[in-house]
Design a protein around this ligand. Structure first.
Ligand code: NAI
Length: 348
């Protein structure tokens, strides 16, 4: 039996990393460059599974259409799953993800944002190309001895901690589920949010987006931070209230912001808007600050991560259709810690 998979929101690099599987016996893959929407969900008729990325919003309407078309599996090419209405999906279609493809990729990108903003290499690049070899305005600080506040000490947060410890930084951490053994072994300190905000020179976000932590970084949180704090977000855009961040930047309370994600990124990221410009005034305002560095959700974008994403995604699909197993399934009960998976092997 051939497993027929419809890939959505595919870019040339997706096709490059998944193409080794297209010729394999047992798979029939079709790449659709557009995002999966309620309007084009009819394209999934005749397929067994869909494979989507972070900006394909899997709404109840789309879930109903997929069910009607006989889709049995939604394979996410991502770790994050906040773009899926898990309640709408539950007991209708199984959802699998790639829980870990390269925590190094995202962690290293987060640190790249920190280092660029600190040493202002983004400005130096343009300055020297213009034969301007002055240093005014490029003053940075030693990372050594500074304090980093890491929110979320999962796979990525821990890799960030490893790198920053290498610089000789003090680490304060906050996690809903602190791991005291890890803290002792790694020489870091778990603390409450207030202390992390008050004592950190750099704050970096590595927790998932959930309904409870939308806009966790808002004007109230920023007010409690150190003057000149650097905020790094490679987690999800909605963790930060962007309007409040802009106020923080304008008042110079926030010294720098490195954002690989943005709360309204769905409209713009991964696409070329250079000919038309963007209509989003908040994004446009952010882009005017010299101490803001925006990258378009590229934390995951390394050779190793894309290789692992392709391998795990295809294995997730194979295991479901050939062995009726779903080790990387996610459902809303998994999220609430009440998932029956351990006994049944599947979420439902
Ligand atoms: P993980 O599941 O290994 O770790 C997440 C940690 O956050 C866990 O320790 C969890 O207990 C903690 N946590 C959950 N809710 C929290 C809250 N409200 N406050 C503090 N801590 C909380 O996840 P991983 O692999 O480290 O990824 C973290 C996030 O990074 C993902 O959820 C995703 O949103 C984002 N990500 C971004 C990528 C990019 O390209 N920019 C790529 C991959 C992931």
């Amino acid at each position: 039996m051939k497993i027929r998979i419809a890939f959505f929101d595919t870019k040339p690099y997706d096709e490059a990393f998944f193409s080794p599987f297209t010729g394999k016996d047992g798979y029939e893959i079709k790449f659709f460059p557009g995002r999966l929407t309620a309007d084009n969900a009819s394209l999934t008729r005749g397929f067994d599974a869909v494979c989507v990325f972070v900006n394909d919003q899997i709404t109840r309407e789309i879930v109903d259409a997929l069910c009607e078309n006989g889709i049995r599996l939604i394979a996410l090419r991502s770790a994050g799953y906040n773009h899926v209405d898990l309640k709408a999906v539950y007991r209708k279609i199984h959802v699998v993800r790639v829980p870990a493809y390269s925590p190094h990729a995202v962690a290293e990108h987060a640190v790249a944002l920190m280092m660029t903003l600190n040493r202002k290499t983004h400005k130096a690049y343009f300055r020297t190309r213009d034969n301007n070899f002055t240093l005014n305005g490029l003053l940075g600080f030693d990372m050594h001895g500074k304090t980093a506040g890491v929110i979320g000490t999962g796979l990525i947060g821990r890799k960030v901690i490893d790198i920053l410890k290498g610089f000789g930084m003090e680490i304060l951490a906050y996690d809903l589920f602190p791991d005291p053994d890890y803290a002792e072994e790694r020489g870091i300190r778990y603390t409450d949010m207030d202390t992390l905000y008050e004592e950190s020179d750099i704050i970096t976000l590595h927790c998932p987006l959930t309904p409870e932590n939308v806009h966790m970084i808002d004007s109230g949180a920023i007010a409690r931070m150190k003057d000149g704090v650097m905020i790094i977000n490679t987690g999800r855009g909605k963790l930060i209230d962007t309007a409040d961040l802009i106020e923080g930047l304008k008042s110079r309370k926030v010294g720098a912001a490195g954002l690989d994600v943005y709360e309204e990124e769905t409209e713009y990221f991964f696409e070329d808007w250079s000919q038309t410009g963007v209509e989003d005034d908040v994004l446009s305002r952010l882009l005017t600050f010299p101490n803001v560095l925006i990258t378009a959700h590229q934390g995951f974008f390394t050779q190793e991560a894309l290789t692992n994403i392709a391998g795990t995604t295809m294995e997730n699909i194979r295991l479901f259709f050939e062995e009726d197993r779903l080790p990387n399934e996610i459902c809303y009960r998994c999220k609430d810690g009440d998932c029956p998976k351990e006994t049944t092997g599947k979420c439902f």
